[in-house]
Design a protein around this ligand. Structure first.
Ligand code: PLP
Length: 385
């Protein structure tokens, strides 16, 4: 089975991890700060806080912005559940903004309309979390304009998007947001097995997130309530978590970061090959704005369905049968039983729902060959006949 995504690990990547295993520090050494600095330099952000997953990064990002009970967070329904769950962890409430059927990202007009209504009702969000679906940036300039007008914070869920660009700047530079979050799960652009990172340009947010990822404990005398008792002394000054990334993971991440440009370029070649070869088939592909250079984490098609031909489920099953590990991204979050129990219903976000009824994710990853792409397209054309 050709998977929809797969990590690319070189012998040098493996050696870097082994070297850490032979060293003095497996956690809390010098490699994590090195990895943070390298990602910050690469994307052009002032600060980076490495954590053990993208989900953890979303959580501490919400906490650092002071999210709590009585607050609202809005995100896209077309995302992984973690984009919404991070708000629930903080005791806040979640709502969704429907997607644009062409970009599959949060719709700016739907956001604007919902903000006008929420202003009247007194339920404006504290944080909006746009998700750069598949690595394609949302219209961040518009979102930043609305953030200013309505007074909300912005966390970019850039878990798909490291290596992608918006207005010629790398995603994660936080030009139009307070915090941007990356995931280093194996199917993402670069991997540390599990891992994530929060980027920001604001020193206070960076400090707060550093504290929260390690129990809320500080060794900085300036932050303590009194003089340190001695050299061993630390104080817990906030309620934090253990969300630390290990030195092994950071070593892998550093190596992977060195390969990111090649990874994303290869993903672009594959996407272009798909775009050319699929152009005459009964399907739609994601609209790519001139402002955006996608990281191409996933390649999604929306199939045209007719009563005479195969259903979405049949097309999916036929492709899997042929050894093509297609997937579906995403089941709209508001349709998950946990969210239904909170009162969300089918029909609440119709664009995300009709998108879900037609979407199929085709394989894309750096080591996918041109021949495999041709094979996938051939099989797909047969299945869609
Ligand atoms: C992968 C992903 C996450 C969560 O990242 P983990 O590292 O798996 O915790 C969050 N949001 C989106 C959109 C993702 O794709």
């Amino acid at each position: 089975m050709i998977p929809y995504g797969r990590q690319s690990i070189s012998e040098e990547d493996i050696q870097a991890v082994v070297n850490v295993l032979r060293s003095d520090y497996l956690t809390q050494g010098s490699v994590v700060p090195k990895f943070e600095q390298a990602v910050a330099d690469y994307v052009g952000a002032n600060y980076a806080v490495a954590v053990n997953s993208g989900t953890s990064a979303l959580h501490i990002a919400c906490l650092a912005l002071g999210l709590g009970e009585g607050d609202w967070v809005w995100t896209s329904p077309n995302t992984f559940v973690a984009s919404a769950n991070c708000a629930l962890y903080c005791g806040a409430q979640v709502d969704f903004v429907d997607i644009d059927p062409d970009t599959f990202n949060m719709s700016i007009s739907a956001l604007e309309c919902k903000l006008q209504q929420a202003e009247k009702a007194g339920t404006l969000p504290k944080i909006v979390i746009p998700v750069h679906f598949s690595g394609l940036s949302c219209d961040m300039q518009d979102i930043a304009r609305l953030a200013k007008q309505y007074g909300f914070y912005v966390i970019e869920d850039a878990c798909h998007a490291i290596g992608g660009k918006y207005q010629n700047k790398l995603i994660g530079s936080c030009c139009y947001s307070d915090i941007s979050v990356f995931s280093f799960h194996p199917v993402k652009i670069i991997t540390t097995a599990e891992g994530g990172m929060a980027m920001t340009n604001q020193p206070l947010l960076a400090k707060k997130m550093q504290l929260l990822r390690s129990h809320g404990i500080t060794r900085d005398a300036d932050k303590m309530s009194h003089e340190p008792d001695g050299a061993w002394y630390y104080q817990q000054i906030d309620l934090g978590l253990n969300y630390r990334l290990t030195e092994l993971q950071a070593a892998l991440g550093l190596r992977q970061l060195g390969r990111i440009v090649a990874f994303v370029e290869r993903r672009h070649q594959i996407a272009q090959q798909y775009q050319t070869l699929l152009s005459s088939l009964p399907l739609d592909m994601q609209y790519q704005s001139e402002d955006c250079y996608s990281a191409w984490h996933i390649f999604v098609i929306r199939v045209h369905l007719t009563v005479e031909k195969k259903s979405h489920k049949q097309i999916f099953a036929a492709l899997r049968q042929l050894g093509i590990g297609v997937n579906v991204h995403y089941i709209p979050v508001h349709l998950q039983p946990y969210y239904q129990q909170m009162g969300f219903r089918k029909g609440d976000f119709p664009e995300a729902e009709s998108y879900y009824d037609t979407a199929i994710t085709l394989p894309i990853f750096p080591d996918l060959t041109d021949e495999q792409v041709v094979f996938i397209v051939e099989k797909l054309s047969e299945v869609l006949k």
